[in-house]
Design a protein around this ligand. Structure first.
Ligand SMILES: *[C@@H]1O[C@H](CO)[C@@H](O)[C@H](O)[C@H]1NC(C)=O
Ligand SMILES: *[C@@H]1O[C@H](CO)[C@@H](O)[C@H](O)[C@H]1NC(C)=O
Ligand SMILES: *[C@@H]1O[C@H](CO)[C@@H](O)[C@H](O)[C@H]1NC(C)=O
Length: 533
């Protein structure tokens, strides 16, 4: 209570809304470096609570001048580069543009004006190539005809028709046409922008709209709400898109609107994640059905199924790991959702085994495996079932406080995004889909371990795909206990040697744990996260 009053006083005294910044402390320096006005204000303001951060001058990585030493995070490339690129430096650069803040930089570089304003009240539209990302001002969208459509709308390319989106500005029709080549629902904004029309009058000034939305509005075409891997692809791209506006003081403000481009009520087991992005209710296409709406500030964010987009099915250069963008996304979500860090009471490695509550990929001898781990004094083991009974925030709390995450191939392993920086992921068996979680783990900079000897795992049957045919993902498995223990030890050893883990043990009493005493961090320790690639 006192704390919040204090913050309110600060706001009143200075005019800068410090309280609404609400970013993890490790992000503040880069945030202020991108907002000079705010930074200067803080430097001059005696009461600015961020003094320590504005004096540092970190950058994310996409800024014009962002030297390596100042970067929020520097990825490592311990793996071989030959065969992919000519030099080690090229390897790092490729990783940066494919999967780190260089990806955001590329989008910034590509931004072009498609509809040009002449005067301040005019409309505008700017997009990156292939219309992967767009933003506009004073644009009109006409949802009048939607009232006549009975069928539910999702993944549709014909929500709008000719003339139902437009603005008062000079439209570069040819440039627009040239960028309509990724015509698919979740690959670009081409399905919507192909109908963009130059209006004859300023829609807001002339009162052409039934509703005018003042606050920035992000339109989202969502991949999937039931599957964590796919839905987090949506959230991830929303976050990356906010970085495209990082020079705005309100770039990460939660006082924005989100309009989901479907007529279904938005509902998801993961919906709490939206709290990291907006404090306002989520809109959908029903919200404005039958009306013409003007948006003063509208953003069409990066999409989950873009060609070479992130992170679904993206080829990522071999040998590099630990993307700053993925790290920042993880910290941002955990911070905004206020997921607590539980204080350690011993020096044990916390192991979480994800048990699947589904028809396929059950671990048949799970109890036996857990017992084997429990016999090891150095481990503290928890078996969890992440289903509807456990709120998503509670799930994140378990994960944020785990050192090793074990699970068989499945969307639950997307939780790897929210493990601490020193953690290891043991994908028990990848079910012949080798890259999916190995890459996600690598992008997040965590150790990845998986089953090595197929003769030591046993499938219940050959697996039957619901649409016919044999498929390794559609059966259950049991695992050799000794081999399992050996692989867990490999993951746990990595964790114990990691300086982040060692630091997390500070102040913990070790005496009762004997051999679990942390090992001194060895400078020569090779942080190669891959096993044998
Ligand atoms: C919106 O579309 C409807 C037809 O569906 C049309 O009658 C109306 O004039 C349009 N509104 C504007 C502002 O263009
Ligand atoms: C995004 O950036 C544009 C251009 O700098 C700016 O006009 C707009 O207000 C920004 N939007 C948000 C949501 O920050
Ligand atoms: C796998 O286990 C589930 C749950 O026990 C069961 O319903 C399913 O039939 C099993 N699948 C096979 C292929 O035996």
């Amino acid at each position: 209570m006192f704390e919040s009053l204090f913050v309110l006083c600060l706001v009143a005294a200075s005019g800068a809304d410090y309280a609404s910044i609400n970013l993890p402390s490790e992000h503040l320096s880069a945030f202020f470096s991108n907002n000079e006005a705010l930074r200067d204000e803080c430097l001059e303001d005696e009461d600015c609570p961020y003094k320590d951060y504005v004096e540092e001058t970190k950058c994310w990585g996409y800024e014009d001048k962002c030297e390596e030493e100042r970067k929020y995070l520097r990825p490592e490339c311990p793996g071989d580069h030959r065969g992919w690129v000519k030099t080690k430096a090229d390897q790092g650069r490729t990783f940066d543009t494919q999967a780190d803040f260089g990806y955001v930089k590329q989008q910034m570089k590509e931004m072009m004006v498609l509809c040009e304003p002449m005067f301040p009240d005019d409309s505008s539209l700017e997009c990156s190539e292939h219309l992967r990302f767009c933003r506009g001002r004073n644009l009109m969208m006409n949802f009048t005809a939607l009232a006549q459509r009975d069928e539910p709308l999702r993944y549709k390319m014909d929500v709008l028709k000719m003339g139902e989106i437009g603005g008062y500005c000079d439209l570069y029709q040819e440039r627009l046409n040239e960028n309509l080549d990724h015509m698919s629902p979740l690959q670009s904004w081409a399905p919507e922008m192909r109908f963009f029309t130059r209006l004859n009058e300023r829609p807001i000034v002339e009162g052409s709209c039934d509703v005018v939305i003042e606050k920035p509005t992000f339109i989202m075409k969502i991949d999937a709400i039931v599957n964590m891997y796919h839905h987090f692809c949506d959230f991830f791209n929303l976050y990356a898109s906010q970085h495209l506006n990082a020079t705005e003081a309100g770039a990460f403000s939660t006082d924005i609107h989100i309009l989901v481009w479907e007529t279904f009520n938005y509902q998801s087991a993961f919906e709490a994640t939206f709290e990291a992005f907006t404090e306002n209710p989520i809109w959908d296409l029903k919200t404005f059905r039958g009306r013409t709406v003007c948006f003063k500030n509208i953003i069409f964010p990066l999409l989950p199924r873009m060609i070479f987009g992130l992170y679904y099915n993206t080829p990522i250069i071999y040998g590099c790991q630990n993307s700053g963008l993925f790290n920042a996304f993880s910290k941002h979500v955990l911070h905004r959702l206020r997921i607590p860090q539980v204080k350690r009471t011993d020096a044990k490695v916390k192991i979480t085994l994800l048990s699947r509550d589904t028809k396929y990929r059950k671990i048949l001898n799970e109890a036996e495996l857990v017992e084997a781990l429990e016999r090891n004094e150095e481990y503290s083991v928890e078996r969890v079932v992440f289903n509807k009974e456990i709120s998503f925030k509670k799930q994140l709390e378990v994960i944020k406080n785990s050192d090793v995450l074990i699970g068989i191939h499945g969307a639950g392993l997307t939780h790897a995004l929210f493990l601490p920086d020193w953690a290891a992921v043991f994908e028990l068996y990848n079910c012949e889909d080798a890259n999916c979680y190995m890459d996600l783990t690598r992008l997040r900079g965590l150790k990845y371990v998986t089953w090595e000897d197929d003769s030591k795992l046993f499938a219940e049957d050959e697996g039957t795909h619901p649409e016919g045919g044999a498929h390794a993902k559609f059966t259950n498995y049991s695992f050799d206990v000794d081999e399992f223990a050996r692989l867990v030890a490999k993951a746990a050893d990595y964790v114990k040697k990691h300086p982040g883990f060692v630091e997390s043990l500070e102040g913990v009493e070790y005496s009762s744990v004997g051999s679990a005493e942390p090992i001194e961090y060895d400078e020569s320790y090779d942080f190669d996260l891959r096993d044998e690639l």
